[in-house]
Design a protein around this ligand. Structure first.
Ligand SMILES: O=C(O)CCC(=O)C(=O)O
Ligand SMILES: [Fe+2]
Length: 333
């Protein structure tokens, strides 16, 4: 069945999020099997869990500890790295600084954002990284923060390569299709969500309903706390609880656009109604800003013509970032 036919045959609302074990991806046959599972998940849900993802537990434990220690510092200490003063929103974002919905006045999370950086600087760094790359901001405390964040970041970059290869196969493309167009490396945002127990809980979200901007997101959620919800086509919110040993992968708007919506960029939100803080880390994976994104031939047909004009990846991402971080200022007028 073609991709367009597969998409047309899978239009019922999902009620759960599939799990794909990506541990065996070394032979072409194994990758083809995985690509089929991933295709089904992307066409039907736009979200899936991956198990056997290869990121060591110590790497996750270390970044989790560093993040908890950092977010518990006094606000004035954290504001020294206020992200609007750095380039490309790197650094610290206080509560309600981001705004993912036109109807709201801000999202109830604190964030800390980093991008590409070699753990140990190399002389030819500038040749490896897209010219849009900007320096990270690093706090002086807690000790070990930079190392823990970069270790986890680089582990997700490795996973990103595997996933791009599987997405290409799932789209009937050569597995190297995305291989040389993603030197503009991911952005990673860690989140702290305070518990929401007050009367505002039904209209202020940890993160309001939104879809992600880029190609796909690799999400780690703190174990044991339900907070993430995903919207199905019947407009029901389906819980996406943390599942031990897994990460969540979701398709973003750029890949949905590239696939003419054969792959779904599904709306999701976070609300932390547990009585304790909740933490997560999202790695947003895109492609180089100069790449022109237009619906792939395998995703269009006479019955399903292209829905989108070509767009440069960078123009799309900058527009969406602007909408997210300037909306408060517009509302305040
Ligand atoms: O914290 C989460 O579970 C999700 C975060 C998210 O949706 C985002 O950062 O775009
Ligand atoms: Fe998101």
């Amino acid at each position: 069945m073609s991709l367009v036919e597969t998409a047309a045959s899978m239009n019922s609302a999902f009620d759960s999020i599939p799990i794909v074990n990506i541990g065996c991806a070394s032979t072409p046959e194994e990758r083809a099997t995985l690509a089929r599972q991933i295709r089904d998940a992307c066409v039907k849900v736009g979200f899936f869990y991956i198990s056997d993802h290869g990121i060591p537990q110590e790497t996750i434990d270390a970044v989790f500890s560093a993040m908890k220690a950092y977010f518990s510092l006094p606000l004035e200490t954290k504001m020294k790295l206020y992200h609007r003063e750095g380039a490309n929103y790197r650094g610290y974002a206080p509560l309600s600084d981001a705004n993912f919905s036109a109807e709201s006045r801000g999202d109830m999370f604190e964030g800390f954002v980093i991008g590409w950086e070699e753990p140990v600087p190399k002389e030819d760094d500038d040749k490896k990284v897209d010219t849009t790359a900007v320096p990270n901001l690093w706090p002086s405390e807690p000790a070990g923060f930079r190392e823990a964040f970069l270790n986890y970041y680089h582990a997700t970059v490795g996973l990103r390569n595997t996933l791009f290869c599987l997405f290409a196969l799932a789209l009937d493309l050569p597995e190297t299709y995305f291989g040389d167009i993603h030197r503009n490396l991911p952005t990673m945002r860690s989140h702290y969500y305070p518990p929401q127990t007050g009367p505002e809980e039904d209209y202020i979200m940890g993160i309001n309903a939104h879809s992600d901007f880029e190609c796909f997101t690799i999400l780690w959620q703190e174990p044991g706390i339900q907070a993430l919800q995903v919207l199905n086509s019947d407009k029901q919110w389906i819980n996406a609880p943390p599942i031990p040993g897994t990460l969540v992968i979701n398709i973003g708007d750029l890949l949905a656009r590239w696939t003419n919506d054969v792959f779904k960029s599904t709306v999701h939100r976070v609300i932390n109604k547990s009585s304790v803080p909740r933490y997560s880390i999202a790695t947003f994976v895109g492609v180089d800003y100069h790449v022109e994104v237009k619906p792939l031939p395998s995703c269009v047909s006479p019955e399903s013509p292209p829905k989108y004009e070509p767009i440069f990846a960078g123009d799309h991402v900058r527009k969406r970032l602007g909408e997210t971080y300037h909306r408060n200022a517009t509302l305040a007028k």
